[in-house]
Design a protein around this ligand. Structure first.
Ligand code: HEC
Ligand code: HEC
Ligand code: HEC
Length: 208
């Protein structure tokens, strides 16, 4: 109702979208142009963000986009229980390392890409050079997981549904649920080469 009556007013002599001339016509045109630009932007931007996300999230980019990754973390992961699963469910790099939400995922890529660039420009081109920065990398990933309650692990694993085979696991999972301890606090050194946990990690994980 409200809309109709306003259209009526704008559509008066010399004005409105249907008018022949006058400022009203330009107002109408620029609104149409704005809407069109917005629609075009949305049509281009959403799939672009989506395919960029898919590209950077693929194992192909993560493992072979960077030879250093291929020679190190990627090979280690292929020795792990997350690669050789009984059921054939095989997490991708991104399942553990990239956020689910698209906007957050784009952010992760920006940060991740920056790190890749720093690999290339700071001369970290060899596995030997990578080993120098690995502890820092492991620590960053761990602290991030502590900070988001191991969100990526919970995409696949439902805490209440896990049935650890050993008594020790059973006991610690009961304790984890009771005290709200998060996965990475206990399950670090999960799929890559072992790295000693940093004092800061242990302190924040409450595992001192
Ligand atoms: C099942 C989950 C999981 C998968 C799959 C996974 N990662 Fe990780 N990644 C981790 C965790 C957890 C850490 C933190 C270090 C630790 O405690 O193992 C980590 C650490 C890292 C680090 C920091 C250096 C280091 O050794 O800790 C890099 C780089 C990395 N991952 C890259 C990759 C790449 C590339 C892939 C795929 C080829 C991959 N990750 C697959 C869980 C995963
Ligand atoms: C994409 C799904 C997926 C993600 C993400 C994932 N896992 Fe797993 N996880 C699996 C599958 C599948 C298995 C193998 C289970 C089997 O074979 O029955 C497994 C096995 C495990 C095991 C037992 C084997 C081992 O390595 O000791 C642990 C512990 C575990 N996951 C912890 C984690 C943690 C911690 C994270 C987050 C850093 C994580 N998972 C992320 C799917 C996933
Ligand atoms: C307080 C420490 C602790 C926390 C927190 C914890 N776990 Fe565990 N978890 C263990 C221990 C210990 C085991 C038994 C491992 C063993 O003895 O081989 C275990 C076993 C498992 C297993 C089964 C391995 C098997 O076949 O027995 C999976 C899967 C797993 N954890 C995933 C997770 C995930 C995912 C989270 C977070 C939602 C989590 N755990 C939180 C300590 C913990």
């Amino acid at each position: 109702m409200e809309k109709k009556s306003r259209e009526g007013q704008d559509g008066g002599p010399g004005g409105g979208v249907g008018g022949r001339a006058g400022p009203g016509r330009w107002r109408g045109l620029s609104l149409v142009a704005l809407l069109a630009a917005f629609a075009a932007g949305a049509v281009v931007a959403v799939p672009a963000a989506d395919s960029v996300d898919r590209y950077f999230s693929s194992n192909r980019f993560c493992a072979t986009g960077c030879h250093v990754m291929e020679a190190t973390v990627s090979q280690e992961y292929q020795q792990s229980a997350h690669w050789n699963t009984k059921t054939g469910v095989r997490p991708k790099c991104a399942d553990c390392h990239v956020s689910e939400n698209l906007t957050a995922a784009m952010w992760d890529h920006l940060v991740g890409t920056r790190e890749l660039f720093s690999f290339l420009f700071k001369g970290i081109r060899t596995p030997e050079a990578f080993e120098q920065v690995r502890p820092e990398g492991a620590d960053r990933v761990r602290l991030a997981m502590l900070g988001n309650d191991s969100k990526n692990c919970r995409r696949c694993h439902v805490m209440e549904a896990i049935k650890p085979e050993k008594k020790r696991g059973e006991r610690q999972h009961a304790e984890a649920q009771e005290k709200g301890i998060t996965c990475i606090a206990c399950h670090y050194n999960l799929v890559h080469k072992e790295v000693e946990p940093s004092p800061e990690f242990l302190r924040r994980a409450g595992m001192e």
